[in-house]
Design a protein around this ligand. Structure first.
Ligand code: SF4
Ligand code: SF4
Length: 176
């Protein structure tokens, strides 16, 4: 699928950007494993579900059950003991969060990282990334014919409360 190719390219470019920022400001940045106050994700774009669903299909029944039965409504359903269960497969917003971003011509950064003087080329134009992601997602929706994924956004808590066989059948359809 063309959309998945473009999505993976976008992820690679964003990861390259954040690795560069980390290489320069790593000792100052407070984003570290175990810091999870920003893990309040509720929904993702349908295309971002592809990696997450493949991850889910490879998990043990106990992990799947833990995802379905997450009681804590305050935090993301993938947060477990302050770490991300899906870290390599996390959506784009989680890859950029904490890093300096330009929104509405203003620089935004996690308050924990306030005070760091970032060079202009180390500030991500997040609106540009979001429009690319939205366009790639539209292409994905056209390319797949899976009713549960034909939505603007997927609410994670609601989605993973669907029956396990429905979820696994989506994984099966995506592999075809
Ligand atoms: S997907 Fe992972 S990084 Fe993103 S909010 Fe959830 S736990 Fe945090
Ligand atoms: S964005 Fe802020 S809360 Fe999230 S990991 Fe980085 S420092 Fe911690």
């Amino acid at each position: 699928m063309k959309s998945l190719y473009y999505y993976n390219e976008l992820v690679k470019r964003i990861d390259a950007f954040t690795s560069d920022v980390t290489a320069v400001y790593g000792t100052l940045l407070q984003c570290k494993e175990g810091c999870s106050e920003c893990c309040i994700l509720e929904s993702v774009f349908p295309i971002e579900m592809v990696d997450i669903l493949h991850w889910y299909s490879n998990q043990s029944p106990s992990v799947r059950e833990a995802i379905t039965n997450t009681k804590d409504n305050e935090y993301c359903i993938f947060l477990h003991e302050h770490t991300c269960r899906i870290y390599p497969y996390r959506p784009i917003i989680c890859r950029t969060h904490g890093y300096p971003i330009m929104v509405n011509a203003t620089i935004d950064v996690c308050p924990c990282n306030n005070g760091i003087q970032f060079a202009t080329h180390h500030i991500l134009n997040v609106e540009h990334c979001n429009s690319m992601l939205a366009g790639i997602n539209l292409l994905f929706i056209k390319e797949v014919n899976i009713p549960l994924l034909q939505k603007e956004r997927i609410d994670l808590r609601t989605f993973f409360q669907s029956s396990e066989s429905d979820i696994l059948s989506i994984v099966h359809s995506l592999k075809r």
